[in-house]
Design a binder for this molecule. Structure first.
Ligand code: CA
Length: 389
């Protein structure tokens, strides 16, 4: 079997009146870069590359540089191909666009490798530890009118109660756009709405200096926060270490980190309690396996980040199914020793309407697909509908 064609798809959906803010930016649209690899036997694999930046550079990287190298190659050797492509781009692409492009290709190759033998990717990774995964809702972003505090608090109350009623047992919310005390007020309203039994996770999208993050961690302590995600900018390793040492809440991070080398510095450097590689960013399944081994040796839990299209969610389901409980226990408990999956709840048709299969919450969990490869099918009509113009 040989790779016959590689095609980029840039998908885009304007958010209209559903625009929202994180601490870093206004989000006027959702977009995704997808790659479709087809073999001479007619098998098709899909991958996603990048999560945060514009998709066009990833497309250029695949269309003009990495993609042409793969035509005629055996697609069922993803680790070997990863190694070749990374060695090719090392001198100019150790992080960023090139690794995101490599991620998309790698995910698509593992999808094909699974389809070629009729097995799901989790089986190629060595087996699954669970057939469904506890999901956490990601929501409670900032609205356009984020300074209208009474309205913000009223809407947060309603949104957070909705996640509780939908059966989520964990909720991740945003902080960092407003001053510390106002954000703590937002969190208190959310905690009140969800009650004491739902795990609360907090994500600053690296809005703080180390000193502010430490203060924020102390202010949040009475609200029983499970982890504090991206307290400081990803380059600030010393800041991460300080926050981890001096704030009472476990520290999570890694969605903007790349390959085993980046995670060696993050995990080996003592920066995080929870590592969050994003498979569409860090280098696909191949990098994920390496990062998982590294984290296991350091006693750091791996909880992949996922924020993209249905392909990114399917990819994360396959990967998380194969993460061993860490540390081992006879009764794994979510986020104590059992991984969970991020389930973004902001409006995103690229996540909800791209696949033939519906990825639906059942008792607070997402089922792991059993079909070959990623176990999902892309709707051709959705590709046309969401194609960037
Ligand atoms: Ca995040």
């Amino acid at each position: 079997m040989k790779i016959r064609s590689i095609r980029s798809h840039i998908l885009r959906v304007p958010l209209g009146d559903k625009v929202f803010y994180s601490s870093q930016a206004r989000f006027p649209e959702r977009n995704s870069y997808l790659v479709r690899i087809e073999t001479d036997t007619g098998l098709v694999g899909w991958g996603e590359g990048g999560q945060y930046g514009p998709p066009e550079p990833v497309a250029a990287c695949i269309d003009h540089v990495l993609g042409p190298k793969l035509i005629g190659r055996d697609p069922t050797e993803p680790v070997r191909i990863w190694d070749e492509l990374y060695n090719f781009s090392r001198d100019f692409g150790q992080k960023g666009t090139y690794v995101e492009a490599l991620s998309a290709l790698d995910i698509a190759l593992w999808d094909i490798a699974g389809k070629a033998v009729g097995l799901p990717v989790w089986k190629l990774l060595g087996g699954r530890f669970r057939d469904s995964i506890k999901a956490y809702a990601t929501g409670c972003y900032y609205p356009e009118a984020f300074n209208d505090l009474p309205a913000v608090l009223r809407d947060l109350e309603r949104e957070a109660s909705g996640y509780r009623d939908a059966g989520f047992q964990f909720l991740k919310v945003k902080v960092g756009l407003l001053d510390l005390r106002t954000d703590v007020k937002r969190l208190a309203v959310i905690r009140e709405a969800i009650g004491p039994n739902i795990g609360l996770l907090v994500d600053a999208n690296h809005a703080y200096s180390a000193a502010s993050a430490i203060r924020m961690g102390r202010l949040m302590e009475p609200l029983d926060v499970h982890f504090f995600e991206e307290p400081v900018v990803p380059e600030d390793r010393d800041g991460y270490r300080r926050v981890r040492r001096e704030n009472p809440i476990p520290v999570a991070g890694g969605e903007c980190e790349f390959t085993r080398y980046g995670f060696r510095d993050l995990i080996g450097g003592g920066c995080v309690d929870i590592a969050q590689p994003d498979l569409a960013v860090c280098g696909g399944f191949t990098a994920f396996i390496q990062i998982l081994a590294l984290a296991g040796a350091y006693g750091v839990m791996v909880v992949p980040h996922v924020w993209g299209s249905g392909i990114a969610v399917a990819t994360a389901l396959q990967a998380i199914a194969a993460i061993p409980p860490s540390p081992h226990t006879a009764n794994p408990v979510p986020l104590l020793n059992e991984p969970v999956i991020e389930f973004d709840r902001k409006h995103n048709p690229l996540r909800d309407d791209l696949l033939e299969e519906q990825i639906t919450l059942v008792d607070g969990r997402l089922p792991v697909p059993d079909g070959p490869g990623l176990g999902v099918t892309v709707r051709e009509s959705a590709l046309t509908r969401f194609a960037s113009r």
